[in-house]
Design a protein around this ligand. Structure first.
Ligand SMILES: Nc1nc2c(ncn2[C@@H]2O[C@H](COP(=O)(O)OP(=O)(O)OP(=O)(O)O)[C@@H](O)[C@H]2O)c(=O)[nH]1
Ligand SMILES: [Mg+2]
Ligand SMILES: [Zn+2]
Length: 330
């Protein structure tokens, strides 16, 4: 029924959700938010792109989670005559990608929702930091979003031996790592290989690392994104992409390009977070209960590993502390 929206990820589960919610409000139609402006929203519907507004109540609501975000599935009412189209409902968010603004305790910004994969882009010449990758991975581990790491501008480094050595701790977690160059084309097909049709992929990373350039290689010529220069003296980008935007790639991958954000602050910012996070994440999958709290639950793989000495008490305590803080922010 919604063959066009299916391209944007409207699957049978979403269609069921829509059918159930519209039993009482049959005049609402589904759509997906593709970009957010100060007072209005671009939404893709079965009949194409339209501009929508939100209700006064929603506008006054201080809760950032009540506002539509790029990636949201929404139900909207088409305005008759001169009346605006209004977003009435936001459908359940499968995943939420957020960051804390730099040097701020409370200011959380939601980057995108209903994201399946996050492509973390760094450039190998100036921007490379394993520490920063680790921090993003920690954040993603709580969201259910799959990471793919892209280390771009391979053409600008002579020897990546040391870099590969530094990346070993991450490589051992079975997370895809792709060394790429937009200039030579190396690695670009490998990036595509990790992006599946009808899935939503967000590109994130500092300004100037090449996010939009890489995305452009997967876009029709009519749809190219602006890419920018990098300052000669600092090697930093000049924030060419200014807003988050969702669009379709040639191969039906749904992509969200984002403006460069150097500081991807964790919603839990723990500088001393040194432990190998994936150990406990990996163990959790063997617990009897999917939402195991790893304390008093029977057949808890994490508790068993603690008892057998496979993981240290310190590592476990860190994990518990971090989990609590993350939950507090949810
Ligand atoms: N040498 C080299 N230059 C690259 C590569 N990838 C991108 N660039 C250049 O880097 C500059 C910045 O690229 P963009 O794609 O605009 O970077 P961005 O990550 O989208 O930056 P923002 O939109 O500001 O966040 C452009 O001049 C690109 O041509 C690469 O692999 N090698
Ligand atoms: Mg860009
Ligand atoms: Zn457990």
């Amino acid at each position: 029924m919604f063959t066009y929206l299916q391209k944007y990820g409207f699957d049978s589960e979403r269609e069921n959700e829509f059918q159930n919610l519209t039993i009482e409000k049959p005049d609402l139609i589904p759509g997906r938010v593709i970009s957010v402006h100060r007072t209005n929203y671009d939404v893709i519907t079965e009949d194409g792109e339209i501009v929508c507004e939100i209700t006064g109540n929603r506008r006054k609501d201080k809760d950032i989670y009540s506002k539509p975000i790029v990636g949201d599935w929404v139900l909207l009412r088409l305005g008759k005559g001169d009346n605006a189209n209004i977003i009435e409902e936001i459908l359940e968010r499968k995943t939420t990608l957020e960051r804390r603004r730099a040097h701020s305790d409370s200011e959380v910004q939601i980057i995108a929702t209903n994201v399946d994969t996050a492509v973390i882009v760094q450039s190998l010449n100036q921007d490379f930091s394993v520490n920063r990758i680790e921090r993003v991975l920690t954040q993603l581990a709580y969201t259910g979003i799959n990471p793919v790491i892209v280390l771009n501008k391979l053409d600008l480094v002579d020897d990546i031996h040391d870099i590969k050595k530094e990346m070993r701790s991450i490589a051992s977690k079975n997370i895809p790592i792709i060394y790429s160059s937009f200039t030579t084309g190396e690695g670009l097909p490998d990036i595509q290989e990790h992006l599946n049709p009808n899935q939503t992929v967000v590109f994130m990373g500092s300004s100037g690392v090449g996010k939009s350039s890489i995305i452009n290689t997967m876009l029709d010529s009519s749809n190219q994104q602006l890419t920018g220069e990098v300052s000669e003296w600092s090697g930093k980008g000049k924030h060419t992409t200014t807003a988050r935007k969702l669009f379709l790639l040639k191969n039906d991958v749904i992509v969200i390009d984002t403006p460069g954000t150097r500081e991807f602050g964790l919603t839990v910012d723990d500088e001393s977070l040194q432990y190998n996070f994936s150990v406990i994440e990996g163990l959790s999958s063997q617990c009897k209960f999917r939402n195991c709290g790893h304390s008093v639950e029977p057949q808890c793989a994490v508790q068993e590993a603690l008892q057998s000495g496979e993981i240290t008490q310190q590592l476990f305590d860190n994990f518990v502390k971090l989990s609590k803080e993350v939950r507090k922010h949810e």
